[in-house]
Design a protein around this ligand. Structure first.
Ligand SMILES: Cc1cc2nc3c(=O)[nH]c(=O)nc-3n(C[C@H](O)[C@H](O)[C@H](O)COP(=O)(O)O)c2cc1C
Length: 337
């Protein structure tokens, strides 16, 4: 029987357990998107707490990319040394770390698929590749493309939100093209052995959004191209979670993640309302889901992985109340002891 505390590998990344901190915008970077001592401390605490793998908060790839306050960025080589310091700190505490890369739009605007010209799309693809190389140079164990939650890239998958009439819109093959080009570009620049992950929506849970079709096609193709792991999420940020039409149940996207794992053979990471070790162990052994990532529970209990190792009968203390998104000074849990 498999255990949450098995030691495993995702590509070249060695994990001490199957629990992952999913990307979580901490709102603690400085105005230019650089790490701060406070942020490094957040990551050190997570690594000390025994987590298997840390995925950074969404990090913008270029200097003109739109950022929300306190968001990280890796727009040029001057950022590499301080990220290297972060990587060293986390590695010293026994955890690997992957950087999540994002492009929300340009110059303060949040883009939709109809905003970029073809040239813009090509420059964004290149931008992802260049940012991945910087992350690699900083020592990150891999990078993750953020294609979930209704942000710019994720909207391309959505048949209703992507109204383009060129080769990036319309058919399902066209809607996945942008994401696949980004993955290829990163692979070409970082080398085939450098771990590449993707976080993708199984569905936006909007009527006839076509996202599940696009998700399956993209994941099949990404698997063929050698993606290292696929983190399966769903819904649109700023909308109720779990999404409209989904029951309130733990590990809410479990069936989708199981299907992605089945059709691709690539390790699936399930995210969203993972709260109870016995539920996760059940999914690990019956649904073929190899990894479980959590966001809000790690804000309340940064040492959750270590805690579960000793207390497998205790669910996470997180109430899923989202108070962590509403704090005046960084996204922290106000109920944390
Ligand atoms: C404060 C906060 C910030 C988040 N920032 C990101 C992010 O930067 N990138 C991302 O892919 N998801 C982000 N998420 C979503 C989480 O990674 C996760 O998919 C979602 O919260 C569901 O998991 P949970 O039930 O364990 O919290 C964020 C969530 C929260 C609560």
């Amino acid at each position: 029987m498999k255990s949450l505390f098995d030691e495993t590998c995702i590509g070249t990344i060695h994990l001490r357990n199957r629990l992952i901190r999913s990307a979580t915008w901490e709102a603690m970077a400085d105005e230019s998107g650089r790490l701060t001592p406070r942020l490094i401390e957040v990551y050190r605490e997570l690594a000390d707490g025994g987590v298997g793998l840390i995925i950074t908060s969404a990090t913008t790839i270029t200097s003109d990319a739109t950022r929300v306050p306190g968001m990280l960025s890796i727009p040029d080589d001057t950022f590499v040394p301080v990220y290297n310091e972060l990587v060293q700190t986390v590695h010293d505490a026994g955890a690997p770390i992957v950087m999540q890369l994002v492009f929300p739009g340009r110059n303060g605007a949040f883009w939709t698929p109809s905003d970029p010209s073809r040239e813009d799309i090509h420059s964004i693809v290149k931008g992802f590749g260049e940012a991945a190389v910087r992350a690699q140079r900083a020592g990150f164990d891999g990078v993750e493309i953020h294609a979930a939650h209704g942000y710019f890239l994720s909207q391309f998958l959505n048949d209703k939100r992507n109204t383009r009439t060129d080769e990036y819109g319309g058919t399902v093959e066209n809607r996945v093209r942008f994401l696949l080009e980004i993955a290829c570009e990163i692979r070409a620049r970082t080398g085939a052995n450098y771990p590449l992950l993707v976080k993708i929506n199984c569905s936006d849970f909007e009527e006839e959004d076509g996202v599940w079709d696009a998700c399956q096609l993209a994941c099949r193709q990404l698997a063929e191209d050698g993606i290292s792991a696929i983190e399966v999420s769903g819904g649109i940020s700023q909308m109720p979670f779990p999404p409209h039409g989904m029951p309130y149940e733990e590990s809410v996207f479990r069936d989708y993640a199981a299907e992605i794992s089945r059709i691709t053979g690539v390790p699936a990471i399930l995210v969203g309302l993972n709260r109870t070790p016995s539920v996760l162990t059940g999914l690990l052994n019956t649904a073929g889901i190899g990894y479980f990532s959590l966001s809000r529970p790690f804000l309340r209990q940064p040492d959750l992985a270590g805690y579960w190792r000793n207390n497998p009968d205790r669910p996470a203390e997180c109430l899923s109340c989202d108070a962590c998104r509403k704090q005046p000074d960084g996204n922290v849990c106000p109920f944390r002891e």
